[in-house]
Design a protein around this ligand. Structure first.
Ligand code: ADP
Length: 277
């Protein structure tokens, strides 16, 4: 199922991560929803691993089950069959060891940047002095130094989303789950957020699972891109992205990059369901 396109310059980063142990393992995982109309199968049997410190993106047509898959990993929805583990333990119920970032930053308007991030610590009962120290470190890492006391309405959309990434990382989760985190941003801001996220990821060494409609965003950020087919979702292909890191935005104009995006886009063209860009 894994498809490695051959490119002259192999990325040293992804080569080392290829040896890393699996953090998330799915074996024949299915999901169906029950409603008054009956049973609706959202996901066909899915099997794949995500390795420690790996950046994996999932692309696929609307309704193919991407968000469902993310909810299963977070333990917010139960799987219908198969097995699914995080750090070797079965995922049953909401997982403490994950951080989640949604399309909307979901910040509290009456709390400043630092206090919005510390909400995570309050909800989890973390020791506040340590949490505060870590929050200030994350703020610096996310390029928000000097904005600690600003309120959400004083920040751009991109900055708000950076705050929500800091909040998701505060408890040092093993994995960061991101569901279309930059979908509401304009194209320019989105590109700069892609750069920021790459930097944060390289620095924080987290495992990331990103859901995106943007094929170029997926290729730019990922070690591997999982392409899903139409509902009920299944895996159409998995591509190893062998581009050196850190990747500058200019990489998007290179023949290797364009080859990846063209190859992935062809899956959607074939299905006649291109809503990705
Ligand atoms: P995607 O994120 O790829 O757009 P989703 O995972 O949101 O897809 O949805 C996959 C399918 O499952 C869709 O047909 C959607 O309507 C359905 N679905 C999602 N959540 C629920 C739910 N809680 N109850 C019933 N059906 C659902």
């Amino acid at each position: 199922m894994t498809t490695a396109l051959k490119f002259p310059q192999a990325a040293t980063h992804s080569a080392s991560r290829a040896q890393a142990p699996a953090l998330i393992e799915l074996r024949e995982v299915t999901k169906h929803y029950s409603s008054r109309e009956g049973k609706m199968q959202a996901l066909q049997p899915l099997s794949f691993n995500i390795r420690e410190e790996e950046f994996v993106s999932i692309v696929g047509p609307s309704g193919c089950g991407k968000s469902t898959l993310l909810k299963l990993v977070a333990g917010l929805e139960p799987i219908s069959s198969g097995t699914m583990t995080l750090s070797g333990s079965r995922i049953a119920g909401p997982q403490k060891n994950v951080g989640i970032v949604f399309q909307s930053a979901v910040l509290l308007a009456w709390r400043n940047v630092l206090d919005n991030i510390l909400l995570q610590a309050e909800m989890r009962g973390m020791p506040m002095a340590t949490a505060r120290k870590h929050a200030l470190h994350l703020i610096e890492m996310a390029g928000l130094k000097g904005f600690e006391k600003k309120f959400p309405w004083q920040l751009s959309g991109g900055m708000q989303q950076r705050v929500s990434i800091c909040r998701a990382l505060l408890h040092e989760p093993a994995v960061l789950l991101m569901d279309e985190p930059f979908g509401a941003l304009d194209a320019m801001t989105r590109e700069s957020m892609n750069l920021e996220l790459q930097r944060i990821w390289l620095e924080s060494k987290k495992t990331v699972l990103l859901i995106t409609h943007s094929i170029s965003e997926a290729v730019f950020l990922s070690d591997r891109v999982i392409v899903m087919s139409e509902r009920p979702g299944s895996i159409a292909a998995i591509y190893d992205i062998d581009l050196p890191r850190p990747r500058p935005l200019e990489v998007m104009a290179t023949p290797d990059f364009l080859h990846y995006t063209k190859t992935i886009r062809a899956h959607f063209n074939a299905q006649g369901s291109l809503d990705a860009h």
